[in-house]
Ligand binder design. Structure first.
Ligand SMILES: [Zn+2]
Length: 267
């Protein structure tokens, strides 16, 4: 009866290691989210307090823990540290843990972790700046296509189809929107992001993402627009909704299509 216990020790070790690695990477994502839109280097200098500019000592820069130990305040000037930092670290840590539990050390683990990480970074930057940097989405398209050679989940032709559908459908919607409203509703950044999502998830992922992002976008946007009093003309970043749809597909998409085809279509 000792066997399960022995087997569970590396499993627990792996879970702790993946959580810690995810938190450390999340700390790096914070740097990217903060500096990329400003055109600053993401390597140097080390982290500084955005208020007083004092460099952070290594012990004040431990993912998740430092925020708790410092009570969410800078050690030097006492100004509040944004909740954003521990939030991104926690999401990244939980993501790594969940994917490790799901796949173990299968290539699907880094592939889905990198994909979800890109979506997390893009979401935060889009919320901050209303723009999705090409420097993330375009290499993301290439990366998704490249990864299709490493995993049985998606063939390279499936990935190409996803890129074409994601980029093409949204481009069409953007053109139609422009013809009707005479102004840009969907940014080129959204189109490239959906092409990236197609590269990683294939055509089913694109359709699922459009579905979830449209529905969640409407549910969340209408009360916001109503409250702001700007009507439907007010701009809302769409990237976070696309990211929400894509992450939902990563975790529940297969289940959804199984249910859809077997229950509704009787296949
Ligand atoms: Zn400070």
């Amino acid at each position: 009866m000792n066997e399960p216990l022995v087997a569970s020790i590396p499993l627990i070790g792996g879970q702790i290691a993946s959580f810690v690695a995810g938190a450390i990477l999340g700390s790096f994502y914070n740097v990217v989210i903060h500096r990329l839109p400003l055109g600053q280097s993401i390597v140097r200098p080390g982290s500084r307090c955005p208020s007083c500019g004092n460099a952070l000592a290594a012990y004040d820069n431990i993912p998740l823990l430092s925020f708790l130990i410092l009570g969410g305040k800078c050690r030097h000037c006492g100004s509040a540290i944004s909740n954003r930092y521990p939030l991104v670290e926690a999401i990244s840590a939980i993501l790594a843990l969940v994917l490790f539990r799901r796949y173990g050390l299968h290539p699907q683990l880094p592939i889905e972790f990198i994909f979800c990480s890109l979506l997390l970074i893009i979401t935060m930057i889009d919320l901050d700046t209303m723009e999705i940097p090409n420097v993330l989405s375009i290499p993301g398209i290439a990366l998704g296509f490249g990864f299709s050679f490493l995993t049985p989940r998606l063939s390279w032709s499936g990935s190409l189809l996803g890129i074409a559908l994601g980029g093409g459908v949204f481009y069409l919607i953007a053109v139609l929107f422009y013809l009707v409203r005479r102004k840009e509703g969907l940014g080129g950044g959204d189109i490239k992001l959906l092409a990236m999502i197609g590269a990683f998830l294939g055509w089913k992922g694109v359709i699922f993402t459009i579905l979830v992002s449209s529905v969640s976008g409407i549910i969340i946007a209408i009360p916001l627009m109503w409250r702001s009093g700007n009507g439907l003309g007010s701009a809302l970043p769409f990237g976070p909704f696309l990211a929400l749809g894509a992450v939902s597909y990563v975790f529940w998409g297969q289940l959804f299509f199984h249910w859809y085809f077997s229950t509704l279509l009787g296949m």
